[in-house]
Design a protein around this ligand. Structure first.
Ligand SMILES: Cc1ncc(COP(=O)(O)O)c(C=O)c1O
Length: 442
């Protein structure tokens, strides 16, 4: 009997098939030197124009950044075509030619349940799942559902901008547990975290922060790229639950983790955390489906779920039929593509890290553990925030996100989306180097 095992060769990125043969002692022996090379299924180097596709990233870049020929590396989607299994599912749905109101069927619930179990051994019940056409609407609904105007909601800056707006637009106040940058790695300030929630228990003692009952956690974190570990999640969960709060955990970037980092859903840590959690998941970032708006909010506690559903009524529409087909196909059949995509992204990350180290040492990369959004520390350039913005836009002609827009702690940083072809990334880094050299020589 022969066995074949497919292994990825990290050196060339291709698959190798190792063949084994069973001997008389029922052991499998590797057949020496028999290696069959299989090529990658996807070509992430291929540059595909997104012009005239109603594409936000490319379509509005020149206007948004105020220059011609901007390389857009801002909004978080990828310039790569998606897994062929997902395309096939969307085409199959399109062939039906009736696109009326949609409602998720049992297979959509099952796809989320199976994904959580397979990736994280988290046992989710189908009835805990609420589908939404995106995670930002889910964040807004969560704030509306679980707070009263004037309440305080905890976030950790620098952080994804809608975290700020979801709180403020619902008439609540942000309490910022600002992350600390220690030796090129972001850490949670637990002393401050504890104070924020403890004060809420003792309003008589410290009146400034008396109503924090909810936190919006970014896990993995956009833009600093941390994948929170079990210790950090447990510590946060313990403090929040002890103080009777809830955690809305935005886990949209969960499946983009680099080697050595593993995403852990906050709710999967304990039953107690589960009951105090609202977990937002979606294939939109990891499988490049953001434009289809399909996400799932997992709310184990029935009372919280009831409130969430009530708050979204009349405001948040159902996911459309193509989004549902794509979500199912991604979760059920997208893993081969995702694996290749992660390897390509890892290559991109290594490329820019080496480039900066050698060619632009004044820009340091905060190495992300997850997400394809890279946080560039430009503070050594010694520029104020508007001069730095000008440098990126006018001199480098790069469409990056200004760090200061993510809140305190973001000043002097820029966020770069590296989910693009290597050739585009090379062009971007060359432009960046020339722009930085131009200030050095002026
Ligand atoms: C942390 C985080 N949450 C949510 C979103 C957007 O979610 P959606 O497009 O599903 O509303 C993003 C997009 O970049 C994000 O980084």
């Amino acid at each position: 009997m022969q066995l074949v095992e497919h292994k990825r060769n990290p050196a060339c990125g291709a698959y190798e098939s190792l063949q084994f043969v069973q001997n008389s002692g029922n052991n499998f022996l590797k057949i020496k030197d028999v290696k069959v090379k299989m090529s990658n299924q996807y070509d992430f180097d291929k540059v595909i124009s997104r012009k005239d596709t109603d594409c936000a990233k490319w379509g509005v870049a020149d206007g948004l950044f105020g220059e011609k020929d901007i390389l857009p590396m801002w909004v978080a989607d990828m310039d790569f075509p998606i897994a062929k299994e997902i395309t096939a599912a969307i085409k199959k749905r399109a062939d039906h030619e009736i696109y009326g109101y949609a409602v998720p069927g049992s297979s959509a619930f099952e796809a989320v349940v199976t994904r959580m179990k397979k990736k994280y051994r988290w046992e989710v019940k189908p009835e805990w799942i609420v589908f939404t056409p995106g995670i930002v609407p889910a964040l807004y609904v969560a704030v509306k559902a679980f707070t009263h105007p004037g309440d305080e909601v905890v976030i950790q800056s620098p952080v994804y901008r809608p975290f700020w707006s979801a709180v403020k637009d619902n008439g609540c106040q942000v309490v910022n547990n600002q992350l600390k940058l220690i030796d090129d790695r972001y850490e949670i300030d637990f002393k401050d975290f504890e104070n924020i929630f403890q004060f809420s228990r003792n309003p008589g003692l410290v009146p400034v922060s008396s109503r924090a009952k909810m936190m919006i956690l970014c896990s993995p974190h956009n833009p600093v790229g941390r994948v929170w570990n079990a210790d950090e999640l447990s510590k946060m969960g313990e403090i929040v639950t002890r103080n009777n709060g809830i955690i809305v955990s935005d886990e949209i970037h969960a499946e983009i983790c680099f080697k050595g980092s593993k995403h852990i859903p906050f709710a999967s840590i304990s039953t107690e955390f589960e009951q105090r959690s609202i977990t937002c998941v979606s294939p939109s970032k990891s499988f490049n489906l953001a434009g289809l708006g399909a996400s799932a909010v997992i709310i184990p506690d029935s009372e919280l779920r009831k409130n969430f559903n009530r708050a979204k009524t009349g405001i948040v529409p159902m996911v459309n039929c193509f989004g549902l087909s794509a979500l199912e196909a991604a979760y059920n059949h997208g893993d081969a593509w995702l694996q290749e995509c992660l390897e390509y992204l890892h290559g991109n990350l290594n490329f820019i890290m080496k480039f900066c180290e050698k060619q632009i040492p004044k820009i340091r990369i905060i190495k992300p553990e997850g997400t394809y959004l890279v946080w560039l520390d430009c503070r050594d350039l010694g520029m104020d925030k508007m001069s730095l913005r000008e440098l990126m836009r006018k001199k480098a002609r790069l469409g990056l996100e200004d760090g200061f827009t993510f809140g305190p702690g973001g000043e002097g940083f820029q966020r770069m989306n590296i989910a693009c072809s290597r050739s585009m990334l090379e062009e971007a880094m060359t432009r960046l180097e020339a722009a930085v050299n131009s200030i050095d020589s002026s």
